[in-house]
Design a protein around this ligand. Structure first.
Ligand SMILES: Cc1cc2nc3c(=O)[nH]c(=O)nc-3n(C[C@H](O)[C@H](O)[C@H](O)COP(=O)(O)OP(=O)(O)OC[C@H]3O[C@@H](n4cnc5c(N)ncnc54)[C@H](O)[C@@H]3O)c2cc1C
Length: 396
């Protein structure tokens, strides 16, 4: 077993880490104060710098201008970029575009690649993924109300979606809709590319999540598809394969998320340690760091982060070398395990900061609000635990 990180990756990670520390973390106070949309000019400038350093789109194919890193390499990158909420966006590997790029690359026609994939990898446009519905359980998405009915050369889409992350300002959505109602549940839906300027694509609102509706990339939209008509050539992959492709999209996506969360954990731990050694809490000059309970939190956090990191990199290695099917259990295990570590570490970091932790004077309260969702999206904890436990028990 070789745990060594190649020289190439050490250089890349070092450069990215320096950029995050020097260029992005100083922008965070502004990010917390302003609407994301108002920060775009500054972020564009940072993106330009990243492109000049040839660090743009680390996980995307070389032929489209990315760095072409494999999943383990991108896992390492994702941890470093995850240290700031701006990291993935500025380096052009943010969700949900990253997942959309993967499936467009694998299933897109040449025309779809030219129209949607190329400008997406370049960062000229953004996209969203529109599957979850207001009135249907996202945990069991085969229960889907949205339909795409053929009419002449077109599909006519009707349905109500929400949590279409980053729809605000996106050029197109990849929409999941039932095209084959007569088939078995997992073969009923298809993915269809819908440009957001299509009549009938109605962005109702950016949902207020944890007290903030957000804007542009940092938002989650409710979308009403009302007789939304797109040509049938906008079908992505074979008809009825929506869930098959969605599964493929989620495997690597979970590695990206988990490693991003580990970056958040690592930064939170470092902040917790710095605060603990600086904060004097007794007349004799002793700091929080002298208290055993804090030491215990630091040690537990360090152990849990390392366990989460190794589990995730191993799952990435398995996807890369044995395929997503072989790595199914590992993908489920990391999804709920790392999300749990994330919550615990952020919570401890916030607690050590006391009242300061609740303010937006540090990034911790943002992490606390924003990352609660980790236990819900891309499969809620309970769903992953249930499905992996069933498979483990079956084998036993
Ligand atoms: C921040 C955020 C971003 C998102 N981004 C996107 C996006 O870009 N595109 C998109 O399409 N969707 C997105 N989603 C939606 C997300 O995928 C769904 O919220 C998720 O799949 C859960 O579906 P639901 O909300 O309908 O919950 P439900 O399906 O109603 O489940 C509610 C709860 O019930 C429990 N539960 C469910 N099933 C079981 C079970 N079998 N056994 C035991 N307990 C169970 C779980 O605790 C679950 O949290 C996002 C969600 C969030 C919070």
């Amino acid at each position: 077993m070789d745990f060594a990180i190649s020289e190439k990756m050490q250089v890349i990670i070092g450069m990215m880490r320096e950029f995050v520390e020097k260029e992005l973390i100083p922008l965070e106070p502004e990010f917390l104060r302003k609407e994301f949309r108002d920060l775009l000019p500054e972020l564009e400038e940072k993106r330009r710098m990243v492109k000049q350093m040839e660090l743009w789109a680390p996980n995307h194919p070389k032929e489209f201008g990315g760095m072409g890193l494999d999943l383990v390499e991108h896992g390492l990158v994702s941890e470093v970029l995850g240290r700031s909420p701006l990291g993935h966006y500025v380096f052009g590997c943010q969700a949900p575009d990253a997942g959309n790029i993967e499936i467009l690359h694998k299933y897109g026609t040449e025309a779809q690649k030219a129209q949607y994939l190329a400008p997406l990898v370049e960062g000229k446009i953004r996209s969203c993924f529109s599957m979850t519905e207001v009135d249907m359980p996202g945990s069991n998405p085969v229960m889907m109300d949205t339909t795409a009915v053929k009419d002449g050369e077109d599909y006519v889409i009707n349905g109500q979606k929400w949590y279409s992350t980053a729809a605000d300002g996106s050029a197109f959505a990849i929409v999941m809709a039932v095209t084959n109602p007569e088939e078995a549940p997992h073969l009923r839906a298809s993915m269809i590319i819908v440009p957001t300027d299509t009549p009938g694509f109605n962005l109702v609102r950016n949902i207020s999540v944890m007290g903030h509706a957000g804007s542009d990339y940092f938002s989650h939209a409710e979308i009403l598809y009302q007789s939304c008509r797109v040509p049938q050539k906008n079908l992505l992959g074979p008809e009825g394969w929506g869930f098959v492709i969605a599964q493929e999209r989620l495997g690597p996506g979970r590695i990206h998320h988990c490693m991003r969360w580990i970056g958040i954990c690592q930064r939170s731990l470092e902040m917790m340690c710095r605060r603990a050694v600086q904060r004097v809490i007794a007349m004799d000059g002793k700091t929080l760091a002298t208290r055993q309970i804090i030491q215990s939190w630091v040690a537990e956090s360090a152990a849990e982060i390392q366990a989460a990191r190794l589990m995730t990199l191993h799952a990435a290695w398995k996807i890369e070398n044995l395929g997503a099917k072989e790595a199914r259990d590992d993908i489920s295990l990391i999804k709920f395990y790392v999300a749990d570590v994330l919550q615990k570490v952020i919570d401890r970091a916030l607690q050590v900061h006391g009242g300061l932790g609740m303010t937006d004077d540090t990034i911790i309260a943002f992490f606390y609000r924003h990352e609660r969702a980790a236990r819900i999206y891309d499969g809620a904890d309970e769903v992953h635990k249930m499905s992996v436990a069933k498979r483990i028990m079956k084998r036993a």
